[in-house]
Design a protein around this ligand. Structure first.
Ligand code: UP5
Ligand code: MG
Length: 190
């Protein structure tokens, strides 16, 4: 992947901060391919793979799936796709995810797009999403918030220390958030 000149942007933010919604806009306007780690894991459950039950249980508990599983799915998706620029949404979720991805792929992100949003707003969005996700119930949502604070925010801090984080106030309406997203991408024209 690295030899192919593949470029990666990590799209991070709490559960319900709008990662998937804004990635769809970025794909439309900037020609990236969107890879949601959560979507890839949910597809793996549906496909009836050997890891399916383990993944399903972890998502139900808001826990982070072992990085080897997620990285394999991300690598496969990138290799199967002809594009050379990818939005990786919802990954890496902890320090171990981050280190393993860099170790395996030798790829460092161009930058990290971080959607900053309050828990109250994220909770409201998740409870009204109604797409039948196993983890959109208040018990699991609380667990997801806790894991985000304890394990995922440190990843954002790690990249922040390297000046690689572009933060967007994600608590505003979808089109206003996208205006800020466009500014974050304006220095990445290709
Ligand atoms: N919405 C979006 N933007 C809005 C706005 N500006 N104003 C008002 N409403 C807005 O949006 C959520 C909802 O809010 C939607 O109804 C949308 O219309 C509305 P969405 O764009 O879906 O937000 P997103 O940030 O993508 O929320 P998501 O729930 O997908 O985030 P999570 O990070 O919780 O979920 P993910 O799928 O990434 O992961 C799920 C689980 O998989 C994890 O908890 C974990 O168990 C597992 N996982 C891993 O183990 N490893 C990984 O690497 C990835 C996932
Ligand atoms: Mg999502």
């Amino acid at each position: 992947l690295k030899e192919k000149g593949v470029k990666v942007i990590f799209v991070l933010g709490g559960p319900g901060s709008g990662k998937g919604t804004q990635c769809a806009n970025i794909v439309r306007d900037f020609g990236f391919t969107h890879l949601s780690a959560g979507d890839l894991l949910r597809a793996e459950i549906k496909s009836g793979s050997a890891n399916g039950t383990m993944i399903q249980n972890m998502i139900k508990e808001g826990k982070i799936v072992p990085s080897e599983v997620t990285i394999k799915l991300l690598e496969k998706a990138m290799l199967e796709n002809g594009n050379d620029k990818f939005l990786i949404d919802g990954f890496p979720r902890n320090e171990e995810n981050r280190a393993a991805f860099e170790e395996v792929t030798k790829i460092e992100p161009e930058f990290v797009l971080f959607f900053d949003c309050s828990e109250e707003e994220m909770e409201r969005r998740l409870l009204s999403r109604n797409q039948g996700r196993d983890d959109d119930n208040i018990e699991t949502i609380r667990k997801r918030f806790k894991v985000f604070l304890e394990s995922s925010l440190p990843v954002i801090e790690y990249y922040n220390a390297k000046n690689k984080v572009r933060t967007v106030d994600a608590a505003r309406p979808i089109n206003e958030v996208f205006e800020s997203v466009k500014i974050a991408f304006s220095s990445f024209d290709k």
